[in-house]
Write a protein that binds this ligand. Structure first.
Ligand code: HEM
Length: 369
Protein backbone atom coordinates (compact mmCIF):
# COMPACT_ATOMS: atom_id res chain seq x y z
CA UNK A 1 0.00 0.00 0.00
CA UNK A 2 2.88 2.43 0.70
CA UNK A 3 3.87 2.09 -2.95
CA UNK A 4 0.50 1.96 -4.64
CA UNK A 5 -2.08 3.66 -2.41
CA UNK A 6 -0.21 5.51 0.35
CA UNK A 7 -3.29 7.56 1.29
CA UNK A 8 -6.40 5.47 0.81
CA UNK A 9 -10.09 6.16 1.54
CA UNK A 10 -11.88 3.18 3.10
CA UNK A 11 -15.58 3.38 2.17
CA UNK A 12 -16.64 0.83 4.76
CA UNK A 13 -14.91 2.58 7.66
CA UNK A 14 -15.43 6.06 6.21
CA UNK A 15 -11.80 6.81 7.10
CA UNK A 16 -8.51 7.60 5.39
CA UNK A 17 -5.65 5.15 5.90
CA UNK A 18 -2.23 6.84 5.90
CA UNK A 19 0.70 4.46 5.34
CA UNK A 20 3.95 6.30 4.55
CA UNK A 21 6.41 7.35 7.27
CA UNK A 22 6.63 10.97 6.06
CA UNK A 23 2.82 11.34 5.96
CA UNK A 24 2.23 9.64 9.32
CA UNK A 25 4.94 11.78 10.92
CA UNK A 26 3.43 14.93 9.42
CA UNK A 27 -0.10 14.14 10.64
CA UNK A 28 1.07 13.30 14.17
CA UNK A 29 3.33 16.36 14.39
CA UNK A 30 0.84 18.92 13.05
CA UNK A 31 -1.71 19.13 15.85
CA UNK A 32 -3.26 22.33 14.50
CA UNK A 33 -4.28 20.67 11.22
CA UNK A 34 -4.98 17.21 12.67
CA UNK A 35 -6.95 17.03 15.90
CA UNK A 36 -6.91 14.31 18.58
CA UNK A 37 -10.27 15.41 19.95
CA UNK A 38 -12.89 13.13 18.42
CA UNK A 39 -15.64 14.96 20.33
CA UNK A 40 -15.13 18.00 18.10
CA UNK A 41 -16.32 15.92 15.16
CA UNK A 42 -18.92 13.66 16.74
CA UNK A 43 -22.66 14.02 17.18
CA UNK A 44 -23.74 14.92 20.73
CA UNK A 45 -25.09 11.44 21.57
CA UNK A 46 -21.69 9.79 21.04
CA UNK A 47 -19.74 12.12 23.32
CA UNK A 48 -18.24 11.49 26.74
CA UNK A 49 -19.52 7.90 27.24
CA UNK A 50 -15.95 6.87 27.76
CA UNK A 51 -13.30 8.26 30.14
CA UNK A 52 -10.75 8.32 27.30
CA UNK A 53 -12.60 11.28 25.81
CA UNK A 54 -11.76 13.27 28.94
CA UNK A 55 -8.11 12.31 29.03
CA UNK A 56 -5.19 14.21 27.52
CA UNK A 57 -4.65 11.67 24.73
CA UNK A 58 -7.94 12.89 23.16
CA UNK A 59 -7.44 16.63 23.72
CA UNK A 60 -6.07 19.48 21.65
CA UNK A 61 -4.20 22.59 22.83
CA UNK A 62 -4.59 24.78 24.78
CA UNK A 63 -6.27 22.33 27.19
CA UNK A 64 -3.89 19.50 26.28
CA UNK A 65 -0.90 21.71 27.00
CA UNK A 66 -2.24 22.78 30.41
CA UNK A 67 -3.15 19.26 31.48
CA UNK A 68 0.08 17.72 30.20
CA UNK A 69 2.03 20.28 32.26
CA UNK A 70 -0.11 19.41 35.27
CA UNK A 71 0.24 15.65 35.03
CA UNK A 72 3.95 15.94 34.13
CA UNK A 73 4.47 17.53 37.57
CA UNK A 74 3.27 14.32 39.18
CA UNK A 75 4.51 11.74 36.64
CA UNK A 76 8.14 12.88 36.74
CA UNK A 77 11.26 11.11 35.42
CA UNK A 78 12.45 11.13 39.06
CA UNK A 79 9.36 9.23 40.21
CA UNK A 80 9.93 6.68 37.42
CA UNK A 81 13.66 6.32 38.15
CA UNK A 82 12.84 5.76 41.85
CA UNK A 83 10.82 2.71 40.78
CA UNK A 84 13.87 0.90 39.34
CA UNK A 85 14.70 -1.12 42.46
CA UNK A 86 11.04 -2.03 43.00
CA UNK A 87 10.54 -3.05 39.33
CA UNK A 88 13.60 -5.32 39.65
CA UNK A 89 12.15 -6.83 42.82
CA UNK A 90 8.73 -7.48 41.23
CA UNK A 91 10.40 -8.99 38.13
CA UNK A 92 12.58 -11.29 40.21
CA UNK A 93 9.63 -12.45 42.30
CA UNK A 94 7.74 -13.32 39.09
CA UNK A 95 10.77 -15.18 37.70
CA UNK A 96 11.18 -17.07 41.01
CA UNK A 97 7.70 -18.50 40.40
CA UNK A 98 8.62 -19.39 36.80
CA UNK A 99 11.79 -21.16 37.91
CA UNK A 100 9.92 -23.05 40.63
CA UNK A 101 7.26 -24.09 38.09
CA UNK A 102 9.82 -25.15 35.50
CA UNK A 103 7.88 -23.64 32.57
CA UNK A 104 7.05 -20.18 31.29
CA UNK A 105 4.41 -18.34 29.35
CA UNK A 106 6.02 -14.92 28.84
CA UNK A 107 2.67 -13.10 28.63
CA UNK A 108 0.95 -14.70 31.61
CA UNK A 109 3.93 -15.12 33.91
CA UNK A 110 5.83 -11.86 33.38
CA UNK A 111 4.64 -9.42 30.71
CA UNK A 112 1.09 -9.05 32.08
CA UNK A 113 1.59 -8.98 35.87
CA UNK A 114 4.69 -6.72 35.77
CA UNK A 115 3.19 -3.50 34.30
CA UNK A 116 -0.12 -3.84 36.16
CA UNK A 117 1.69 -4.23 39.49
CA UNK A 118 4.02 -1.32 38.72
CA UNK A 119 1.27 1.12 37.70
CA UNK A 120 -0.98 0.05 40.57
CA UNK A 121 1.88 0.68 43.03
CA UNK A 122 2.75 4.01 41.39
CA UNK A 123 -0.85 5.17 41.62
CA UNK A 124 -1.21 3.85 45.16
CA UNK A 125 -3.98 1.27 44.53
CA UNK A 126 -4.19 -1.21 47.41
CA UNK A 127 -2.95 -4.75 46.63
CA UNK A 128 -6.35 -6.39 47.10
CA UNK A 129 -7.87 -4.24 44.30
CA UNK A 130 -5.24 -5.12 41.66
CA UNK A 131 -6.85 -8.22 40.16
CA UNK A 132 -10.11 -6.29 39.89
CA UNK A 133 -8.24 -3.53 38.03
CA UNK A 134 -6.80 -5.96 35.54
CA UNK A 135 -10.32 -7.22 34.81
CA UNK A 136 -11.72 -3.70 34.43
CA UNK A 137 -8.82 -2.70 32.22
CA UNK A 138 -9.25 -5.78 29.97
CA UNK A 139 -13.04 -5.31 29.72
CA UNK A 140 -12.55 -1.62 28.96
CA UNK A 141 -10.09 -2.30 26.10
CA UNK A 142 -12.24 -5.05 24.59
CA UNK A 143 -14.86 -2.41 23.70
CA UNK A 144 -12.77 -0.99 20.84
CA UNK A 145 -13.62 -0.65 17.11
CA UNK A 146 -14.09 -4.38 16.29
CA UNK A 147 -16.02 -5.20 19.48
CA UNK A 148 -19.42 -6.87 19.68
CA UNK A 149 -22.34 -4.99 21.27
CA UNK A 150 -21.87 -7.20 24.36
CA UNK A 151 -18.16 -6.28 24.64
CA UNK A 152 -19.06 -2.61 24.27
CA UNK A 153 -21.61 -2.86 27.07
CA UNK A 154 -19.06 -4.60 29.34
CA UNK A 155 -16.53 -1.91 28.44
CA UNK A 156 -18.88 0.90 29.47
CA UNK A 157 -19.72 -0.90 32.72
CA UNK A 158 -16.02 -1.43 33.51
CA UNK A 159 -15.35 2.27 32.89
CA UNK A 160 -18.17 3.18 35.28
CA UNK A 161 -16.87 0.85 37.99
CA UNK A 162 -13.35 2.23 37.67
CA UNK A 163 -14.63 5.80 37.82
CA UNK A 164 -16.63 5.11 40.99
CA UNK A 165 -13.67 3.41 42.64
CA UNK A 166 -11.26 6.25 41.76
CA UNK A 167 -13.66 8.90 43.08
CA UNK A 168 -13.64 7.15 46.44
CA UNK A 169 -9.84 6.77 46.41
CA UNK A 170 -9.42 10.51 45.67
CA UNK A 171 -11.50 11.36 48.74
CA UNK A 172 -9.29 9.14 50.88
CA UNK A 173 -6.09 10.66 49.47
CA UNK A 174 -7.39 14.22 49.85
CA UNK A 175 -7.97 13.51 53.53
CA UNK A 176 -4.71 11.54 53.99
CA UNK A 177 -2.11 12.27 51.25
CA UNK A 178 0.56 9.61 50.70
CA UNK A 179 3.75 9.38 48.64
CA UNK A 180 1.94 8.09 45.54
CA UNK A 181 0.99 9.37 42.10
CA UNK A 182 -2.67 9.96 42.98
CA UNK A 183 -1.75 12.20 45.92
CA UNK A 184 0.74 14.07 43.67
CA UNK A 185 -1.94 14.48 40.96
CA UNK A 186 -4.40 15.86 43.51
CA UNK A 187 -1.83 18.48 44.55
CA UNK A 188 -0.41 19.39 41.10
CA UNK A 189 -1.20 22.96 40.05
CA UNK A 190 -0.64 25.09 36.93
CA UNK A 191 -1.52 28.81 37.07
CA UNK A 192 -3.48 28.16 40.27
CA UNK A 193 -5.58 25.46 38.60
CA UNK A 194 -5.99 21.83 39.61
CA UNK A 195 -7.38 18.81 37.73
CA UNK A 196 -11.16 18.33 37.98
CA UNK A 197 -12.51 15.02 39.28
CA UNK A 198 -13.38 13.89 35.71
CA UNK A 199 -9.92 14.83 34.43
CA UNK A 200 -8.29 12.95 37.30
CA UNK A 201 -10.35 9.86 36.51
CA UNK A 202 -9.58 10.20 32.80
CA UNK A 203 -5.87 10.35 33.52
CA UNK A 204 -5.84 7.38 35.93
CA UNK A 205 -7.88 5.26 33.52
CA UNK A 206 -5.56 6.30 30.68
CA UNK A 207 -2.50 5.22 32.66
CA UNK A 208 -4.04 1.85 33.41
CA UNK A 209 -5.28 1.24 29.91
CA UNK A 210 -2.55 2.90 27.83
CA UNK A 211 0.27 1.66 30.02
CA UNK A 212 -0.58 -1.96 30.71
CA UNK A 213 -1.39 -3.77 27.52
CA UNK A 214 1.19 -1.82 25.51
CA UNK A 215 4.03 -2.69 27.91
CA UNK A 216 2.85 -6.32 28.04
CA UNK A 217 3.00 -6.37 24.26
CA UNK A 218 6.42 -4.71 24.10
CA UNK A 219 7.91 -7.44 26.31
CA UNK A 220 6.10 -10.22 24.41
CA UNK A 221 6.89 -8.78 20.99
CA UNK A 222 10.58 -8.36 21.89
CA UNK A 223 10.75 -12.08 22.73
CA UNK A 224 9.00 -12.89 19.43
CA UNK A 225 11.60 -10.82 17.54
CA UNK A 226 14.49 -12.54 19.32
CA UNK A 227 12.94 -15.93 18.55
CA UNK A 228 12.71 -15.00 14.89
CA UNK A 229 16.32 -13.69 14.89
CA UNK A 230 18.34 -16.06 17.13
CA UNK A 231 21.61 -14.36 16.16
CA UNK A 232 20.34 -11.20 17.91
CA UNK A 233 19.87 -13.23 21.06
CA UNK A 234 23.53 -14.30 20.87
CA UNK A 235 24.58 -10.68 20.45
CA UNK A 236 22.53 -9.69 23.52
CA UNK A 237 23.95 -12.46 25.66
CA UNK A 238 27.46 -11.33 24.70
CA UNK A 239 26.79 -7.60 25.19
CA UNK A 240 24.05 -6.38 27.51
CA UNK A 241 24.63 -2.78 26.41
CA UNK A 242 22.67 -3.77 23.30
CA UNK A 243 19.45 -4.40 25.29
CA UNK A 244 18.03 -0.83 24.99
CA UNK A 245 18.71 -0.82 21.22
CA UNK A 246 17.04 -4.24 20.87
CA UNK A 247 13.92 -2.89 22.61
CA UNK A 248 13.84 0.19 20.33
CA UNK A 249 14.06 -2.15 17.36
CA UNK A 250 11.20 -4.28 18.77
CA UNK A 251 9.17 -1.07 19.09
CA UNK A 252 9.81 -0.48 15.40
CA UNK A 253 9.58 -4.01 14.02
CA UNK A 254 6.55 -5.21 16.04
CA UNK A 255 5.17 -1.98 17.50
CA UNK A 256 2.57 -2.57 20.27
CA UNK A 257 0.47 0.29 18.86
CA UNK A 258 -0.60 -0.41 15.27
CA UNK A 259 -2.34 2.85 14.42
CA UNK A 260 -3.36 6.22 15.84
CA UNK A 261 -6.50 8.16 14.88
CA UNK A 262 -6.67 11.85 14.01
CA UNK A 263 -9.38 14.18 12.61
CA UNK A 264 -8.72 16.76 9.88
CA UNK A 265 -9.53 20.25 11.17
CA UNK A 266 -9.88 21.82 7.73
CA UNK A 267 -9.50 20.83 4.08
CA UNK A 268 -5.99 19.69 3.26
CA UNK A 269 -3.87 17.54 0.94
CA UNK A 270 -1.93 14.45 1.98
CA UNK A 271 0.16 13.21 -0.92
CA UNK A 272 -2.13 13.68 -3.92
CA UNK A 273 -5.35 13.08 -1.96
CA UNK A 274 -7.77 15.80 -1.01
CA UNK A 275 -8.98 15.46 2.60
CA UNK A 276 -12.13 17.25 3.70
CA UNK A 277 -12.60 18.91 7.09
CA UNK A 278 -13.76 16.58 9.91
CA UNK A 279 -12.62 13.33 8.26
CA UNK A 280 -11.04 10.48 10.20
CA UNK A 281 -7.41 9.61 9.48
CA UNK A 282 -5.94 6.31 10.62
CA UNK A 283 -2.18 6.78 10.73
CA UNK A 284 -0.51 3.36 10.46
CA UNK A 285 2.48 3.19 12.81
CA UNK A 286 3.04 -0.41 11.70
CA UNK A 287 3.41 0.59 8.10
CA UNK A 288 5.43 3.77 8.76
CA UNK A 289 7.88 1.79 10.89
CA UNK A 290 8.57 -0.52 7.93
CA UNK A 291 8.99 2.28 5.38
CA UNK A 292 12.17 1.61 3.38
CA UNK A 293 12.65 5.30 2.65
CA UNK A 294 13.20 5.86 6.38
CA UNK A 295 14.64 2.48 7.48
CA UNK A 296 17.07 0.62 5.20
CA UNK A 297 16.36 -3.15 5.34
CA UNK A 298 13.10 -2.25 7.07
CA UNK A 299 11.87 -5.87 7.15
CA UNK A 300 14.97 -7.00 9.06
CA UNK A 301 15.15 -6.93 12.89
CA UNK A 302 18.54 -5.27 13.48
CA UNK A 303 19.28 -4.57 17.14
CA UNK A 304 22.18 -2.26 16.30
CA UNK A 305 20.09 -0.12 13.93
CA UNK A 306 21.22 3.49 14.12
CA UNK A 307 19.47 5.91 13.80
CA UNK A 308 16.11 4.40 14.74
CA UNK A 309 13.47 7.15 14.60
CA UNK A 310 10.57 4.72 14.97
CA UNK A 311 7.08 6.01 15.70
CA UNK A 312 6.26 3.34 18.31
CA UNK A 313 5.65 5.97 21.01
CA UNK A 314 4.00 8.41 18.60
CA UNK A 315 5.33 11.86 17.67
CA UNK A 316 4.57 15.49 18.52
CA UNK A 317 2.71 16.86 21.51
CA UNK A 318 1.07 13.52 22.41
CA UNK A 319 4.38 11.62 22.46
CA UNK A 320 3.96 8.85 25.03
CA UNK A 321 4.24 10.23 28.56
CA UNK A 322 4.97 6.73 29.87
CA UNK A 323 7.85 5.98 27.45
CA UNK A 324 10.59 6.19 30.16
CA UNK A 325 8.59 3.83 32.40
CA UNK A 326 7.84 1.37 29.57
CA UNK A 327 11.50 1.36 28.49
CA UNK A 328 12.67 0.80 32.07
CA UNK A 329 10.24 -2.07 32.72
CA UNK A 330 11.07 -3.81 29.45
CA UNK A 331 14.84 -3.39 30.00
CA UNK A 332 14.65 -4.86 33.50
CA UNK A 333 12.42 -7.73 32.31
CA UNK A 334 14.66 -8.67 29.38
CA UNK A 335 17.88 -8.39 31.40
CA UNK A 336 16.37 -10.51 34.18
CA UNK A 337 15.30 -13.18 31.68
CA UNK A 338 18.81 -13.23 30.17
CA UNK A 339 20.37 -13.49 33.65
CA UNK A 340 18.06 -16.05 35.15
CA UNK A 341 16.94 -18.21 32.24
CA UNK A 342 20.14 -19.37 30.57
CA UNK A 343 20.12 -21.63 27.52
CA UNK A 344 17.89 -21.21 24.54
CA UNK A 345 14.26 -20.07 24.69
CA UNK A 346 12.14 -21.22 21.79
CA UNK A 347 8.62 -20.29 20.88
CA UNK A 348 6.79 -23.51 19.81
CA UNK A 349 6.13 -23.87 16.11
CA UNK A 350 2.36 -23.45 16.47
CA UNK A 351 0.22 -20.53 15.32
CA UNK A 352 -0.02 -17.88 18.05
CA UNK A 353 -3.32 -16.10 18.67
CA UNK A 354 -3.19 -12.35 18.44
CA UNK A 355 -4.82 -9.98 20.92
CA UNK A 356 -8.25 -9.06 19.49
CA UNK A 357 -7.92 -5.33 19.22
CA UNK A 358 -7.88 -3.01 16.25
CA UNK A 359 -5.19 -0.65 17.45
CA UNK A 360 -2.72 -2.79 19.40
CA UNK A 361 -0.47 -5.67 18.36
CA UNK A 362 0.55 -8.57 20.59
CA UNK A 363 -0.05 -12.23 21.33
CA UNK A 364 -2.39 -13.67 23.97
CA UNK A 365 -0.01 -16.43 25.03
CA UNK A 366 3.71 -16.94 24.50
CA UNK A 367 4.94 -20.25 25.92
CA UNK A 368 8.68 -20.93 25.81
CA UNK A 369 10.08 -24.43 25.41
C1 HEM B 1 0.53 8.26 24.56
C2 HEM B 1 2.52 4.10 23.00
C3 HEM B 1 3.40 2.76 27.57
C4 HEM B 1 1.01 6.64 29.12
C5 HEM B 1 1.02 7.26 23.75
C6 HEM B 1 1.06 7.31 22.30
C7 HEM B 1 1.60 6.14 21.88
C8 HEM B 1 1.92 5.35 23.04
C9 HEM B 1 1.84 5.71 20.43
C10 HEM B 1 0.61 8.48 21.43
C11 HEM B 1 -0.89 8.54 21.28
C12 HEM B 1 -1.35 9.60 20.28
O1 HEM B 1 -0.53 10.32 19.71
O2 HEM B 1 -2.57 9.66 20.03
C13 HEM B 1 2.93 3.40 24.10
C14 HEM B 1 3.67 2.15 24.05
C15 HEM B 1 3.93 1.78 25.35
C16 HEM B 1 3.33 2.78 26.20
C17 HEM B 1 4.09 1.43 22.77
C18 HEM B 1 4.65 0.58 25.87
C19 HEM B 1 5.60 -0.02 25.22
C20 HEM B 1 2.85 3.71 28.39
C21 HEM B 1 2.91 3.69 29.82
C22 HEM B 1 2.21 4.77 30.25
C23 HEM B 1 1.74 5.49 29.09
C24 HEM B 1 3.65 2.64 30.65
C25 HEM B 1 1.96 5.24 31.65
C26 HEM B 1 1.93 4.51 32.68
C27 HEM B 1 0.69 7.40 28.02
C28 HEM B 1 -0.01 8.67 28.10
C29 HEM B 1 -0.17 9.14 26.79
C30 HEM B 1 0.45 8.14 25.93
C31 HEM B 1 -0.50 9.37 29.36
C32 HEM B 1 -0.87 10.41 26.33
C33 HEM B 1 0.09 11.54 26.19
C34 HEM B 1 -0.57 12.80 25.63
O3 HEM B 1 -1.64 12.73 25.05
O4 HEM B 1 0.04 13.88 25.80
N1 HEM B 1 1.57 6.05 24.17
N2 HEM B 1 2.73 3.74 25.41
N3 HEM B 1 2.14 4.81 27.98
N4 HEM B 1 0.97 7.13 26.71
FE1 HEM B 1 1.93 5.48 26.08
Amino acid sequence: MRETQPVFFDQKMQAWHVFRYADVERVLSDHTAFSSDQNRFMPEEYRDANPFTLSIIRMDPPRHHQLRRLVSQAFTPRRVAQMEARITEITNALLDQVIAKGEMDVIQDLATPLPITVIAELLGIPTEQREQFKQWSDAFISGDGEATAEDQQASIQAAGSMAAYFTQLFEERRAHPQDDLISALLQAEVDGERLSNEELIGFCVLLLVAGNETTTNLIGNAILCLDEYPESMELLRANRNLVPGALEEALRYHSPVKLLPRWSVSETMIGDQHIEAGQVLLTWIHSANRDETQFPDADQFLIEREPNRHLGFGRGIHFCLGAPLARLEAKIALNAMLDRLPGSWNVPDEPLSLVKNMSTFGVKKLPLV
